[in-house]
Design a binder for this molecule. Structure first.
Ligand code: NDP
Length: 253
């Protein structure tokens, strides 16, 4: 495939992200977690759903890389693929194990749509790293690489810390929701989503690549509407929810 064809595919994928963003912003939030509801077909166990929807992206990344390149990844490309895998190893196999989600379900349709989402992203990144990417040794000293790496790990820490803080609000066996507090939670409803957005911004910066940029924009399309929905959910379910708290950006929004 030529780079032009590849760019067209990524551009179309970006257009889909814009449509998804508008849909999620103006209509209802994706029906899982606190927004789960009937009307989306059969449902499966929530924990299993997380594993099934997130784990395939690692296979897709690898498969599309190998389709484009018969030699194992090395150097920066191995590093970038490894960091992506690191995020998804945690998201697929560690995060779901710590959820306090007794008896909760999610629609199979969400799992299938996430697998489709991951298929296209796995293609975008895997194929790019397999055939188009090339980094000189001096990239190690480039501000984009260093700044991106710092942002990636800062975002990852914020994301993981905040997810576990939320999950630990429940005692074992509990399934309800409480008002989170402490740290960034005093200023925004969704530090975990802010962390994830920072992480993928850092990834786009350090790889300086079209698919990572598109992946970050897709993350915005998913997570900004989700932060809005989470914030409104807290406000409508807790009369004592702190009025000064914003959704995603401290002091701003
Ligand atoms: P939430 O903040 O809604 O939930 C995170 C976990 O904490 C869930 O187990 C949830 O339980 C629990 N929880 C949340 N709030 C409370 C509370 N107030 N009291 C008690 N328990 C609580 O996150 P999301 O489900 O929206 O997302 C989960 C992760 O997936 C995040 O890290 C997010 O960044 C990532 N993600 C990434 C996307 C991307 O495009 N890159 C898209 C979507 C999510 P329960 O499940 O029962 O609600």
């Amino acid at each position: 495939m030529s780079y032009t064809t590849y760019q067209i595919i990524e551009a179309v994928w970006l257009l889909v992200a814009i449509v998804a963003f508008l849909w999620l912003m103006l209509k209802d939030p994706a029906p899982y977690g606190r927004h789960v509801r009937q009307g989306f077909g059969p449902q499966i166990d929530n924990r299993l759903g997380w594993v099934l929807m997130e784990a395939p992206v690692m296979v897709f990344l690898w498969l599309f890389y190998r389709l484009a390149n018969s030699t194992p990844p090395a150097g920066f490309i191995a590093l970038f693929m490894g960091l992506f895998m690191l995020h998804y190893l945690h998201r697929s196999f560690v995060f779901p194990m710590f959820m306090r989600t007794m008896g909760k379900k999610m629609p199979l349709a969400i799992v299938l749509s996430a697998v489709g989402f991951n298929l296209v992203n796995g293609f975008g990144l895997g194929y790019y790293f397999g055939i188009f990417a090339s980094y000189e040794p001096k990239w190690l000293y480039d501000g984009r690489f260093i700044g991106g790496m710092l942002l990636f790990f800062a975002g990852m820490l914020l994301n993981i810390y905040s997810d576990y803080h939320l999950m630990n609000l429940r005692k074992p066996g509990e399934t309800g929701y409480k008002i989170p507090a402490g740290g960034l939670f005093n200023y925004i409803s969704c530090p975990n989503l802010l962390g994830e957005l920072a992480e993928w911004a850092g990834y786009a910066l350090m790889t300086w690549s079209l698919p990572a940029l598109v992946f970050w924009l897709w993350s915005i399309a998913n997570l900004v509407p989700r932060a809005k929905a989470h914030h409104q959910w807290y406000q409508s379910h807790f009369s004592n929810y702190p009025r000064s708290r914003k959704a995603l950006l401290p002091g701003l929004w």
